[in-house]
Design a protein around this ligand. Structure first.
Ligand SMILES: Cc1ncc(COP(=O)(O)O)c(C=O)c1O
Length: 383
């Protein structure tokens, strides 16, 4: 019997009435910018991620930028970035006037390649940004061994709630950065978080996100002398999250583990259903990883596949199923290719991941029938 055609996007945020109602309090109170809701959101996030400090900002990009500024990254410094990641992991290095040093990635984990990392460290390396791509943590113990005293900034944009060797993402490096964009497991529309256990870095970052002010607007409101304006001792930014966003984030964060458990259940279903296809590799990782399942990304072996990766994506599109390449390889994008005069094949692992990865729908609003439909259509792909 012919199945009825469905329309399944690559992702949809799981928001609804609860999130909508949560915005009522800030709207009615009139406290809309960073205030009590942001503080509550930060406290819940810090507790869940096993860190002393969580500081809300406007995106993972601004989180990464502040992490580098707080570490003092400047012109003449080098920062190591995997060559398969969202472009902003690299862009933030340029915001600081420093040099991006790309490192190749492993085709199995999609994360940083340890052998290439060893070769790329120089006396000018000021920080390393391992990415926990699609919610799978990078092998942080191995990276730490290689990095020595070089600070590690986790790009955990996709990894809220993920874990590694019993520890949460965000507690594994010197600083952790997260995203609450609607394609992530929990969302605030746009938004980000920086985590750390370091008192000094936390103090700098809290101030940097608020123009470099010595006290926050909320502290000023509650008790500071009316004639005292904050002092500004550093060049800061306005990267403040609003209480409206945080109100949504608080509701979302309480459901984070439920969301991940549900995604993990369907990821397992995909694993079991798709493992028989010799042209498609499902995600694989060790027992000491807790995947955050921001995305379910497969790798197409074009030597065995009935069609090319792009043809497969088009075929699925015709069936009403959205797919995307896992992410992109920034070294292949015009800006970086020109800036550093790099060839796509200079990072062959990243190029292959760019060309052969495919993210298939996995989100909390999907139904059992949606998952079954995706599996049926992938299995029916023929040349
Ligand atoms: C690995 C990675 N880093 C950084 C970002 C940037 O996040 P944001 O959109 O919150 O700035 C993303 C977003 O997709 C990402 O996937």
């Amino acid at each position: 019997m012919e199945t009825i055609k469905r329309n399944i996007p690559i992702s949809l945020p799981h928001t609804g009435e609860e999130e909508w109602l949560a915005t009522k309090e800030p709207i009615m109170s009139g406290w809309l910018t960073a205030g009590p809701k942001v503080r509550e959101f930060e406290e819940i996030f810090a507790k869940r991620h096993g860190v002393k400090y969580a500081m809300a900002v406007t995106s993972a990009t601004t989180a990464l930028h502040l992490a580098l500024v707080a570490l003092g990254v400047k012109q003449g410094d080098e920062v190591i970035v995997p060559a398969f990641t969202w472009i902003s992991t690299a862009n933030v290095v340029l915001y600081c006037g420093a040099t991006v040093v790309f490192v190749d990635v492993n085709r199995e984990s999609f994360n940083i390649d340890l052998e290439d990392l060893k070769k790329k460290i120089t006396p000018r390396t000021k920080a390393i940004i391992p990415v926990h791509l699609f919610g799978l943590c990078a092998d942080m113990d191995a990276i730490k061994k290689i990095a020595g005293n070089i600070p590690l900034i986790e790009d955990g944009a996709c990894a809220a709630g993920a874990g590694y060797k019993g520890k949460p993402a965000g507690s594994l490096g010197n600083l952790g950065c997260f995203s609450f964009h609607p394609r992530k497991s929990v969302t605030t529309g746009e938004g980000g978080m920086i985590t750390t256990n370091d008192d000094h870095l936390a103090e700098i970052i809290s101030s940097l996100r608020n123009h470099g002010a010595s006290i926050s607007e909320e502290q000023r409101h509650h008790g500071a002398k009316p004639y005292i304006l904050p002092d500004f001792n550093m060049l800061g930014y306005n990267y403040r999250m609003t209480d409206l966003q945080a109100a949504v984030g608080i509701v979302q964060l309480k459901k984070l583990d439920l969301f991940i458990d549900e995604r993990a259940k369907w990821a397992k279903y995909y694993d079991e259903q798709l493992k028989g296809l010799d042209w498609l590799r499902t995600p694989s990782f060790g027992d000491d990883y807790k995947h955050g399942w921001q995305s379910y990304v497969v790798y197409i072996d074009e030597k065995k596949a009935p069609l090319s990766r792009n043809e497969i994506m088009e075929k699925l599109q015709q069936e009403g199923i959205s797919t995307r390449p896992g992410t992109h390889a920034p070294h292949m994008l015009g800006y970086y290719a020109n800036l550093y005069n790099i060839k796509p094949t200079d990072f062959q692992g990243a190029k292959d991941c760019n060309d052969f990865s495919m993210s298939i729908p996995l989100f909390n609003k999907m139904t059992k029938e949606d998952y079954e439909y995706v599996v049926e259509k992938i299995k029916s792909i023929k040349s």
